[in-house]
Design a binder for this molecule. Structure first.
Ligand code: ATP
Ligand code: MG
Length: 346
């Protein structure tokens, strides 16, 4: 539904160059909720602004719903209007809502319809329908200043839906909201995704957002996507940085001569009592040092850090057992890489 290939954006100002995007290949499937995470300055906002051509990419292509927007943005007398038309099918939600304070809630939602030249009666019908959809049917005549943050964002979402978009882009839509309001807005986005078949591309710095509503996720660093996939795929990737951020597990070995192992649960293994089976089968005591488990897409997934008595060499068999159960096993510690190489050679 959204594809970018080799997307590059270089900002030039006062003789300096900043490469905000450095060859981004993004693929968002129809009907999915796709989250992009990354540190400040990674290029997330630039990416989303390039996807709807608010920002013109330096090179590369952007295709949304089968339409090559970068080609539309090209030269020619009618390029601007065709691009505007295409862009009206892409909704955008902002962190700070961007509502007009002098207009009522209803008039804010009508604004994009006015721009599209829709008649007054039709605009009004559509706006009221959308306000109902986002749970604000009774606030049509209120002004933004009379609303809570969560309500303002609902208005922002209703406005984004005015052009019947197939795609909704969201840049930190919940960052200015408290945790409970965040949950209700995420639920609303999920509901819209399901009811309307809306494809959602969102940017967030909150890992909880990814875990709560995203089907797929990507990690950006220095203008590049360094990891991406469905949440299960990411979890199944050995040494995944994104998995470690999504499910952070802490905990240090309780002393020397012990083996610390990080287990990743995804798929069927998550429902098996593997830890107690391991303990019984090999008659060993296992300490859980840390765990981060969650339900993603209705399945239990997550990571757990456990400690086994004895050094790595003493635990090759139990570790093999864990792998056989379908768990992903990463041996932690300073020598971990060396150990894995040695083990691989066996
Ligand atoms: N208009 C601009 N002119 C020059 N440089 C810019 C411009 N917009 C962004 N940049 C630079 O591009 C890089 C990526 O910025 P971007 O806003 O995309 O990051 P971000 O991942 O959204 O960060 P944050 O999490 O803080 O919102 C940064 O180094 C930023 O300084
Ligand atoms: Mg940003």
């Amino acid at each position: 539904m959204i594809t970018t290939t080799g997307l590059t954006k270089v900002y030039r100002s006062r003789g300096r160059e900043v490469t905000a995007l450095d060859g981004v290949d993004l693929h968002v499937r129809e009907g999915e909720v796709y989250g992009v995470v990354g540190r400040s300055g990674a290029g997330k906002s630039t990416l989303i602004r390039c996807v709807n051509l608010l920002e013109r990419p330096t090179s590369g292509t952007v295709t949304v719903a089968g339409q090559d927007l970068t080609a539309l943005a090209g030269r020619g007398p009618r390029a601007g209007s065709t691009l505007r038309q295409a862009r009206s099918h892409i909704g955008m939600v902002f962190q700070h809502f961007n509502l007009l304070s002098s207009r009522t809630v209803q008039d804010n939602v009508e604004l994009p319809l006015e721009i599209l030249g829709i008649s007054g009666a039709e605009r009004s019908r559509k706006a009221l329908e959308l306000l109902d959809l986002v749970g604000l049917g009774d606030k049509a005549k209120a002004y933004p200043a009379q609303l809570s943050g969560g309500q303002k964002q609902r208005v922002g979402i209703a406005r984004a839906l005015a052009g019947d978009p197939k795609v909704l882009l969201s840049d930190e839509a919940t960052s200015a909201l408290d945790p409970e309001t965040t949950r209700s807005i995420l639920q609303l986005l999920r509901d819209l995704n399901r009811q309307l078949g809306l494809t959602v591309l969102l940017i967030t710095h909150e890992m909880d957002v990814i875990k709560t509503i995203c089907d797929s996720a990507a990690l950006m660093k220095g203008g590049r996507i360094v990891e991406s996939g469905t949440v299960s795929e990411v979890l199944a990737t050995p040494g995944s940085e994104l998995a470690a951020e999504l499910f952070p597990v802490g905990g240090e070995a309780s002393g020397p001569g012990r083996t610390v192992v990080d287990l990743t649960f995804h798929g069927d293994a998550a429902t098996q009592p593997v830890i107690s089976q391991l303990s019984r089968t090999y008659n060993i005591d296992i300490s859980v040092l840390g765990a981060a488990l969650d339900t993603v897409g209705g399945r239990q997934v997550g990571r757990m850090r456990i400690e086994l008595p004895g050094r790595f060499e003493d635990n090759v068999v139990p570790i093999g057992f864990l792998r056989e159960q379908g768990l992903q096993v990463d041996v932690a510690g300073p020598d971990a890489d060396e150990q894995l190489v040695k083990e691989g050679a066996k």
